[in-house]
Unconditional design. Structure first.
Length: 316
């Protein structure tokens, strides 16, 4: 067997007629990040280093809902969260409520490597980032005009908007007005395995548009949005509350461990039965290099590659 890698840029109600410029821009970004991961694996970097590296790059890309592209809370602020996990050791680190850290995934890695804890949040996480010398910027750096518009749309519709919400048809004084269907960007994640079966996963997000201040989603919760053990590594995306209730990432690993299902069988079963239709997608790799990228939403921005030369980038 050889190495394998998979990454996602979010799942949801992605319009089939997504404008070409938006589609092409995200596909190009995924390809760029996939190439970074492939190069790192070919240079024998550990899967843990690889997933952190790839997710950092996704966080730096404003087209995705993480880091620079994070969506806004109901108060117009950014609260980022991230999680990273090593499969063989089950060591993991997670952060929530991050407002100034350029790469939340690297802060999660430091929580894993430099503290006796797993999860730090809000001011405690911020203070630790400063102590460790991580790059920070003013909160305004993370607030983009596009996400200001998305928050306005969500408030007008009086809803919390999830990944890739379809256009809103709003009746007002006998006039129907369409709101941009690209209302939210996608949570990002990466999973990788090397030729020796070492596994790792990383996930990062800005949450959901118009979320309450202090809301925590599935991304930083071990076993919900992010999980890895000696069988597989999983990164989920979609409706965070449904993913938490379904313990989606852990259930994939549990079916492999206790029921002897293959990765594809386990991932397909969990996506079909673990959460309501239209709420979840995931990427996963197994210790033997198998890849699974199922979803029960309209689409999921995703990409993968294996050492034998196979690669794929897809949406629907």
């Amino acid at each position: 067997m050889g190495w394998a890698i998979a990454l996602h840029g979010g799942a949801g109600d992605i319009p089939l007629n997504l404008p070409w410029d938006k589609r092409e821009a995200r596909e190009s970004a995924l390809l760029h990040c996939l190439d970074i991961g492939i190069s790192a694996l070919n240079s024998h970097q550990s899967p843990l280093d690889v997933v952190e590296l790839v997710v950092r790059e996704l966080e730096n890309h404003p087209l995705f809902n993480a880091g620079r592209g994070s969506v806004l809370t109901a108060e117009g602020t950014v609260e980022m969260e991230a999680c990273i996990m090593d499969g063989n050791t089950k060591k993991c680190g997670a952060v929530s409520g991050v407002t100034t850290v350029v790469n939340a995934i690297s802060l999660a890695r430091l929580v894993m490597d430099k503290t006796p804890h797993i999860y730090l949040a809000f001011e405690g996480a911020e203070a630790f980032a400063r102590e460790q010398g991580l790059e920070t910027l003013e909160p305004s750096h993370f607030i983009t005009p596009q996400n200001v518009d998305r928050l306005k749309q969500a408030k007008e519709a009086n809803r919390v908007q999830l990944d890739y919400t379809q256009p809103i048809q709003k009746e007002a004084e006998a006039e129907t007005r369409k709101v941009d269907g690209d209302s939210q960007l996608g949570t990002v994640g990466c999973v990788a395995v090397d030729g020796n079966g070492n596994l790792a996963t990383a996930t990062s997000t800005g949450g959901v548009v118009n979320k309450m201040v202090g809301r925590i989603g599935d991304t930083p919760i071990i076993g919900a949005g992010t999980y890895a053990n000696s069988y597989c590594a999983v990164s989920a995306t979609g409706r965070g509350e449904a993913i938490i209730r379904g313990t989606i990432a852990r259930d994939v690993a549990a079916l492999m461990e206790y029921k002897n299902l293959s990765l594809k069988e386990a991932a397909a079963y969990v996506v079909e039965n673990g959460a309501p239709k239209g709420t979840v997608g995931l990427v996963a790799v197994s210790a033997t290099g198998e890849i699974a990228m199922p979803f029960n939403t309209t689409g999921m921005f995703r990409a993968c590659a294996t050492q034998d030369g196979y690669s794929e980038i897809a949406i629907h």
